[in-house]
Design a protein around this ligand. Structure first.
Ligand SMILES: Nc1ncnc2c1ncn2[C@@H]1O[C@H](COP(=O)(O)OP(=O)(O)O)[C@@H](O)[C@H]1O
Ligand SMILES: [Mg+2]
Length: 466
């Protein structure tokens, strides 16, 4: 069932229950109140009659022509009866209908004990009666019983009218409330319907679609905003995947084109063994390049899948930095680029030493690769607060500010970098970033085009050894 219908049914059921309880209580309270009122007025009339009788006649009543002395009795809505202690009617007011209404045994028994009795009586085809019987006691003995009775018809009529009103108005109220509930549920759920439709369009392939977000921060507004953020992320990652495949094919295609061209050229006519050797050497270079790209891609995709295992052992960063510096000093020798040590403070982190080594070597290799002949590449290590800061600085070609956000993207290489160094896959920094992330650290870059760059790796210090 649709949510709208379900909400309406729940709401209707709850409301119907409330209305039924309300109507029942109302009916019961009113019925009780009306009957109490009748009883009270009966009792007052009976007591008044008893007093009047006692004042006028004393204990013993004259039986003849009694009602003639009370003509006003005939017009009030109550009738009177006076019983002898045997339970026989001795006098009855004129307005008592044709019927004899005898004294019940319980009332008689109560009268002997001096108690007043309230009773209801009903005769077929007539409105019900309410009766009160009051004993008149003289010197400890029962001399008479005065009974006052009245019809309950007005009470019954009032209650029936109330029932009728309730029976007509409650269903109408319920229907009106249900209609209102249906309308409100529809209004409240309309944004959800909008979201569903937008989601359908989006799942149809149009990731540029966005939901119209209402400025309110209500549940629907938040849902729409969250949904939009999700679609934006999806769109970005779809674009990245597409871009990635394009870049990967392109990067692999270049060496293949070179190899194919050189091989075809060599095969065009017979050549000397020396020529073939040169072609094969050149092909080997391209094969190496492709192997490196494929290796790095493989690492990154395994990292994406969470399949790369990471050690978590203490690493002496200061020792590692000195070791890397010795190793990297050879890298720049040909172009007179000096890899030197800046300040190195002792620092220990936890992690995978091979990966950290790879990260540092990548940064130093970049610094050397993008330096100009005679440049300097100092490496430093300081600890600040809870983290170690590894810094690799160069005074090379630098990176323009608008390019800096992209250098950690896969296959991204700045045009300046492509012009400066043929070698390179554009995957190195992606790997560096992944390694830093995996060690709960990060990499920051400061750079100015033509001036130089500074890469800072920030890694949390190991607390165990400090
Ligand atoms: N030290 C640096 N100086 C200038 N540019 C750099 C430096 N390090 C990285 N870059 C820029 O970031 C890009 C990505 O680096 P990287 O992923 O290591 O790829 P690659 O080294 O294969 O070019 C480089 O192509 C270059 O444009
Ligand atoms: Mg690199």
């Amino acid at each position: 069932m649709a949510l709208r219908a379900r909400l309406t049914v729940w709401y209707g059921t709850a409301l119907a229950l409330i209305l039924i309880v309300f109507a029942t209580v109302l009916y019961a309270v009113l019925a009780r109140g009306l009957k109490d009122q009748v009883d009270q007025s009966l009792q007052q009339a009976a007591l008044a009659a008893v007093h009047a009788l006692e004042n006028r006649f004393g204990p013993f009543l004259p039986f003849e022509d009694f009602s003639a002395q009370f003509p006003e009795l005939a017009v009030v809505d109550k009738f009177f009866q006076i019983f002898s202690p045997t339970g026989n009617i001795t006098i009855a007011s004129a307005n008592i209908k044709t019927r004899e209404i005898p004294l019940s045994p319980t009332a008689l028994e109560a009268a002997f004990q001096g108690k007043t009795t309230y009773e209801s009586a009903r005769f077929p085809g007539e409105p019900p009666l309410r009766l009160v019987s009051v004993p008149i006691i003289y010197n400890g003995t029962l001399v008479n019983i005065v009974r006052v009775g009245t019809s309950l018809q007005p009470v019954e009529e009032t209650l029936q009218r109330l029932l009728l009103v309730l029976a007509v108005t409650l269903p109408i109220a319920l229907l009106a409330a249900l209609a209102g509930g249906w309308f409100l549920a529809g209004r409240a759920l309309r944004p959800v319907e909008d979201i569903t439709q937008a989601a359908q369009r989006i799942s149809g392939g149009d990731l540029t679609q966005r939901l119209h977000v209402s400025p309110s921060s209500d549940e629907i507004g938040r849902l729409a905003a969250t949904f939009n953020e999700m679609i934006a992320r999806l769109e970005t990652s779809f674009r990245q995947v597409r871009q990635f495949s394009t870049d990967a094919s392109h990067e692999l295609r270049t060496p293949l084109t070179v190899m194919k061209g050189e091989t075809e050229l060599a095969l065009r006519r017979p050549r000397s063994a020396e020529d073939y050797r040169l072609v094969l050497e050149s092909n080997l270079e391209e094969i190496d390049r492709m192997t490196r790209i494929v290796d790095e891609l493989l690492f990154l995709s395994r990292a994406d899948l969470g399949e790369v295992k990471m050690e978590s052992l203490p690493i002496r960063l200061d020792v590692l930095v000195e070791d890397i510096q010795r190793q990297a000093a050879l890298l720049g020798q040909d172009q007179g680029i000096q890899v030197t040590l800046g300040p190195v403070e002792p620092a220990t982190i936890r992690g995978d030493e091979l990966r950290i080594r790879e990260l540092l070597l990548n940064l130093v290799a970049n610094a050397v690769k993008y330096s100009r002949p005679g440049g300097k590449v100092p490496i430093s290590l300081v600890s600040e607060g809870n983290s170690a800061r590894l810094r690799v600085t160069d005074d090379g070609i630098g990176i323009a500010p608008e390019e800096q956000p992209h250098i950690f993207d896969r296959f991204f290489r700045t045009p300046a970098a492509r012009a400066h160094a043929k070698e390179g896959t554009g995957l190195g920094l992606s790997i560096c970033k992944w390694i830093a992330d995996a060690h709960h650290g990060r990499i920051e870059v400061q750079s100015a085009a033509g001036v130089g760059s500074q890469f800072t790796v920030i890694l949390p210090l190991s607390t165990a050894s400090n």
